[in-house]
Structures are given as structure tokens and as C-alpha cells.
Ligand binder design. Structure first.
Ligand code: SAM
Length: 247
């Protein structure tokens, strides 16, 4: 059975997609996508030999070799231009996902892509920044908790001025959710423009935990003799204030 996390990713894949799942491990997501009709075809990309073999075996066992192509390679280099219109990348750091997308963009592998579904384990802000800087607009953000871990799933589409899908619109609307005090761009990238507006229970729990973590760091810094400790403390206090104002 698919984990809740992969289930959430699956839901974000448009019906009838030509999917590419990068860092596919056991190819669970492309298998589910093809089996449910979300994807008509899929590429499962893996850079490491172990997971690549596992993906090949899983696809073979499912009898789906004609629909799912398992390929070994780094990031989007496994794709031919125009081959995929939806790309999923899950279970890696946000910085790594951003660098995979960036290289793919330079190599023209994103030109035909209409949907990105991304699940960074950490560094969500770095990934949101990359999307913003490269003309991708977040259309949905989800946050879930499973087996004691929290995961963010980000869905993005190319900016479309005619359809009014723009980052300006997204972030201006999200900033206003702060009411009298408009949220800053930094806060929105850090906490998520959609997640901030939803402010669900998992979101609140996540950021309360983050405050506790920052407070522990503050405490250990207060025992530090280092000169840089003071500016670090000021920075962390500002961060705590920023999170508290959103909650
Ligand atoms: N995507 C699956 C999921 O979310 O359940 C597997 C996540 S697993 C933690 C990360 C996978 O990404 C590993 O199998 C690893 O080999 C692969 N990976 C890491 N860097 C990669 C890259 N640059 N290109 C392709 N695969 C990569």
C-alpha cells in the first residue's frame, strides 16, 4: 500500500500525464501513477545502482515494462526533451531538488513540463526561492505527518500571464493573509504562501517545534563566550518573533 506521503504526491499528478519520477528508488510512485491512470507513461530515473535495480525489478514484476521506462542517470539527464509533462522529485533536500531542476532547465528538459510535484525533506525555502526566480508558480502546498515525520508537498506550474497565474499575484495575496501586518517575502518563502493561509494543525505543531529548537539554541548560545554569539542570538530572536507572529 502506498504511504500517505506518496498518496499526496500521486493526487497532484494531472490525469493522463507523461510522468518522470526522478530519484524513484523502488519506482513506487510511477507504478501507482500508471496503475491508477494518472500517468499514461512514466520514466523512473535513478542515479544509484541499488535503487535503479530495485526499480527495474518492481516494474518487471508489475508487468509494466512497456509503460514505465527505468533509466540510470543523474537528475533530468535521463529525459529526452518533450518526453515528460509532469515531473515528480521526492525525498531529497530542497537544495538538491533545486539544483536538479536548474541543470534540467539549462539543458532544456523543462520546456514541455506543465507540472512539478516536489517533496523536499528539508530546505523548502531554498526550493520555493528557486521556483520563484525561475518562473514557476506554486498552485498548492500540503503538509502531512506520517510515522512521526512531517513532509511538505509543493505543486508548481509555469507562470502564465494571460491566465493570471503569476508569482506576483500569489505572493501579494499570501502577504495580505497577515492582515494589518503584511507578511514579508522572506516569511512567505520560509513558511509557505499556501501553508500560512491554511494554518492547519500540523503546520502549527511544526512551527511550535521549530520555536522550541531555536530556544534551545539561544540557551546554548547564552553560555558561549564567542563574539559572534551575540549577533547569532539577535538573528534567532528575530526568527522566533517572525514565526510567533504567523502562529
Ligand atoms: N522518491 C522516492 C520517495 O520519495 O519515496 C525515493 C526517495 S529516496 C530517499 C531518494 C532517492 O533519490 C534515492 O534512491 C537516491 O538514489 C536518488 N537520487 C539522489 N540524487 C539523485 C540524482 N541526482 N538523480 C537521480 N536520483 C537521485
Amino acid at each position: 500500500k502506498l504511504s500517505q506521503r506518496l498518496g499526496l504526491l500521486l493526487e497532484q499528478i494531472p490525469h493522463g500525464s507523461k510522468l518522470a519520477d526522478i530519484g524513484s528508488d523502488h519506482a513506487l510512485l510511477p507504478l501507482a501513477a500508471v496503475q491508477t491512470g494518472r500517468a499514461v507513461s512514466a520514466v523512473a530515473g535513478e542515479v544509484n545502482p541499488g535503487p535503479h535495480r530495485a526499480a527495474e525489478k518492481a516494474v518487471q514484476d508489475a508487468g509494466l515494462k512497456d509503460r514505465i521506462s527505468v533509466r540510470r542517470g543523474d537528475g533530468l539527464e535521463v529525459l529526452r526533451p518533450e518526453e515528460a509533462d509532469c515531473i515528480t522529485i521526492a525525498g531529497m533536500g530542497g537544495a538538491l531538488i533545486a539544483s536538479i531542476l536548474n541543470r534540467g532547465k539549462v539543458e532544456g528538459k523543462l520546456a514541455a513540463v506543465r507540472t512539478l510535484v516536489l517533496q523536499p525533506n528539508v530546505g523548502e525555502d531554498i526550493l520555493r526561492r528557486w521556483l520563484l526566480d525561475n518562473g514557476w508558480v506554486l498552485t498548492a502546498e500540503a503538509l502531512l505527518e506520517e510515522d512521526g515525520k512531517r513532509y511538505e508537498v509543493l505543486t508548481a506550474v509555469p507562470q502564465d500571464l494571460e491566465a493570471g497565474i503569476t508569482n506576483e499575484g500569489l505572493y501579494a495575496d499570501a502577504a495580505r493573509a497577515g492582515g494589518e501586518r503584511l507578511y514579508s517575502m522572506e516569511t512567505l518563502l520560509y513558511m509557505g504562501p499556501w501553508l500560512i493561509r491554511q494554518r492547519g494543525p500540523v503546520f502549527v505543531a511544526k512551527w511550535l517545534d521549530e520555536i522550541s529548537k531555536l530556544e534551545r539554541i539561544l540557551e546554548s548560545l547564552s553560555r558561549s563566550e564567542l563574539e559572534s554569539a551575540e549577533s547569532k542570538r539577535t538573528e534567532i530572536k528575530a526568527r522566533i518573533r517572525e514565526i510567533t507572529e504567523v502562529l
